[in-house]
Design a protein around this ligand. Structure first.
Ligand code: R5P
Length: 294
């Protein structure tokens, strides 16, 4: 039997996954002690079962411990295998030391998770210098693709658009979405100068003329990248852009600054619960879980 367990805040995704898999929805209670420690209590028998933990990993420093304790507790009570569905997988961007002395946290986090669970399913991890999850994860790890769902959304709402990718890393998502949506695309160049400061090349006027620019990126965090692209588009006289992100890591301030930058719409996939979620990738996740967990 497959038992789906939710870490706090992941109940909706867990319910949807349970229904798609025809699995059982298990109960896991997280008690927070006054000193900040956590106690996990399983309310469902998992003996002999495949336990599937659902925990998206934005704010990973807080959330990893919940996953680790729930996985250990499930094993303690006899789970045959423990898998993790993390629709957003953190710590993928630091894939080399950018400055002397820096660690490569993508590798360290992969090593930690690989010791914690038996398999992993995520959605479009930020693969750049690591070409696949298998390069850093030692457990079976699969990535669901958001591109088909995003392309469907674009076909339905912005069929006369042009997709703009903010940097070379985005080309992998942008090209797939553009092909599936049947719209053109252009990719810019980006240089990161600081956490909230990026330099992005100016889009070619001809590439966006007469079409709605649709800026597509994997992660929206501080909103600096999308905001900079939106400002350039306004400056060259393009129509107000629609921004689509796979992972809504952004907080309220970032969302506000994007709206102030003049974006006409902001839509994300539901890998992280957020008010901008408008594209459901639940079926793509369920397909990868079926492939890995049977
Ligand atoms: C990095 O290259 C990613 O693909 C995103 O472009 C980046 O994480 C966006 O971050 P922010 O919203 O802080 O500019």
């Amino acid at each position: 039997m497959t038992v789906v367990l939710a870490c706090p805040g992941n109940e909706r995704t867990a319910d949807a996954l349970m229904e798609r898999l025809g699995a059982v929805r298990g109960a896991a209670e997280f008690h927070r002690f006054p000193d900040g420690e956590t106690l996990v209590r399983l309310g469902t028998n998992v003996r002999g079962d495949e336990a599937v933990i659902v925990a998206t990993l934005n704010r990973p420093n807080e959330r990893f411990i919940d996953v680790a304790f729930l996985a250990e507790t499930a094993r303690e009570y006899g789970a045959r295998r423990v898998g993790l569905v993390a629709p957003y997988l953190a710590y993928m961007r630091q894939d080399v030391p950018f400055q002397p002395g820096e660690g490569v946290t993508s590798r360290y986090f992969a090593a930690l998770l690989s010791r914690t669970v038996d398999w992993l399913v995520t959605v479009d991890p930020h693969l750049h210098r690591h070409r696949s999850l298998g390069e850093i994860y030692t457990i079976p790890a699969r990535a669901a693709r958001a591109a088909p769902a995003i392309a469907r959304y674009i076909r339905q709402h912005h069929g006369a658009g042009v997709i703009v990718g903010p940097d070379i890393e985005s080309k992998q998502w942008v090209a797939a979405v553009a092909r599936d949506a049947g719209v053109p695309f252009t990719v810019l160049q980006k240089e990161r100068l600081g956490d909230r400061n990026v330099r992005v090349s100016i889009p070619d006027v001809a590439a966006v003329q007469g079409r709605t620019p649709i800026v597509v990126d994997d992660i929206i965090s501080t909103g600096s990248t999308m905001g900079r692209v939106a400002a350039h588009l306004r400056a060259i006289g393009a129509a107000p852009p629609v921004c689509i992100g796979i992972h809504a890591v952004l907080d309220a301030a970032a969302e506000r600054s994007l709206r102030e930058a003049g974006v006409a719409g902001l839509v994300t996939c539901n890998t992280i619960e957020h008010a901008t979620n408008g594209i459901d990738i639940g079926e793509a996740i369920a397909a990868e879980v079926r492939a890995i967990a049977g």
